[in-house]
Write a protein that binds this ligand. Sequence first.
Ligand SMILES: Nc1ncnc2c1ncn2[C@@H]1O[C@H](COP(=O)(O)OP(=O)(O)OP(=O)(O)O)[C@@H](O)[C@H]1O
Ligand SMILES: [Mg+2]
Length: 474
Amino acid sequence: MPDSSKHVLLVEDEAALRQAVAEQLADRGYQVEQVESGEHAVARLTDFAFDIIITDLRLPGIDGSAVLEAAVDRYPEIIAIVVTGYGTVKDAVEAIKRGAWDFVSKPFQIDELLHVLDAALEQRRLKSENAYLRAQLEERYQFSGIVGKSRPMARLFQLLETVASTSSTILISGETGTGKEVVARAIHHNSPRRQQRFVALNCSAIPETLLEAELFGHVRGAFTGAVGTRQGRLEQAHKGTLFLDEVGTMSAALQMKLLRVLQEREFERIGDSHTIKVDVRVIAATNSDLARMVAAGTFREDLFYRLNVIPVELPPLRDRKEDIPLLVQHFLERLAQESAKPAKPTERGAKAMTERTITVSQEAMRKLMAFHWPGNVRQLENAVERAVAFSAGRSQIDVGDLPAEVQQAQEAVAQPTVALPDEGLDLDEFISNVERELIQRSLERTGGNKGQAAKLLNLKRTTLVEKLKRLDRA
Ligand SMILES: Nc1ncnc2c1ncn2[C@@H]1O[C@H](COP(=O)(O)OP(=O)(O)OP(=O)(O)O)[C@@H](O)[C@H]1O
Ligand SMILES: [Mg+2]
């Protein structure tokens, strides 16, 4: 359906025809602009993004194919329809090769043109709708390789989409293995800085004195061992992104220096007085609670606020169990892809091997979902990799292929029946009490019949009698 927002550029040198077509289009709600030459058409195209261009192929001066080219080069989404002379199908075919949507031949009925236009608009609408739906689907489950469809992850993707395009400082917090680094990289790769470098520095992996040199660089002789002049990570990240991992482990002295960088965007190499200006986006990550560290006085409050411009919190995996099947699938696919690049691709049988798609039994999946994953996604990734190795040859991963601690996970159906009191308890005594109570109840229910009571408790009669004796003694 044409609507008033559709702008048409109509290029036709025959004034009467042009006028007639323009009126018909206007009647149907199109916004029509008429030009009588190729020169004028090209000029108009430079400053207005028409939705549709209808151009005669044969024009004096710049001809219709040049106009068409100017239109589709500039606006790949424009709908271009060419009008050809009678019997010049060859020209029409040529035009379509150059990006025209369709053509009509002179003389034509206005209805013919309108029909072509309607069809084009409808197809364009479907195409963009599909693209939109596709984008939405992809968005929901994935953002640059970060998988997840749980609510916290969907919210995260939305946030990432918004903040990626800015240069704001971001503080990512989350337990170990929750994906802080993947998120940092995803932000960089979706930002206008993506062509520049992503420079990572793990503040906890390097001794304090070296860390400063890593960050700021140094000149020759700045300290023992500084044999040459070296660029620091800050300089390397110029115009790009600097990822400061484990920022909570920085010493007080270094915190102060980092604060200055964030405030002034300038610093000096160690041993140098020359001030260097940098344009870096800083993304910091921490698995400790920086706010708590501020309260405890171990992290500078002003630095915390400078870093925490946009907080991104990654929830632990146990709080988003619904992502587990998706992540498992993701890792299985990745492993399959990796093994699909065999060392000797010509080797027979290699193909058969790699085409094997491994699945996970429901029982194993229940265990995977029941486990509390203290190491989060990284631990899950390792468990999947291990299970694939253990499943050697079989097409399904089973409970037995999982790490022991995962096999022992209590599935959600088993609700905790007893609470552990704050002050603790005596386990043996507690269990004796439970035992005594259940035996008494079973005897009551069976009118004191020890045989039947034992059956109720899945015990041998002799075992029940023994237990009764022991409990009486206790
Ligand atoms: N949502 C996710 N989708 C896919 N892979 C993920 C996701 N989250 C984490 N991973 C994978 O898990 C592993 C750990 O992620 P990452 O190194 O980013 O964690 P981290 O939070 O930086 O951990 P640490 O605090 O231990 O440094 C990586 O191999 C990463 O690819
Ligand atoms: Mg990390």
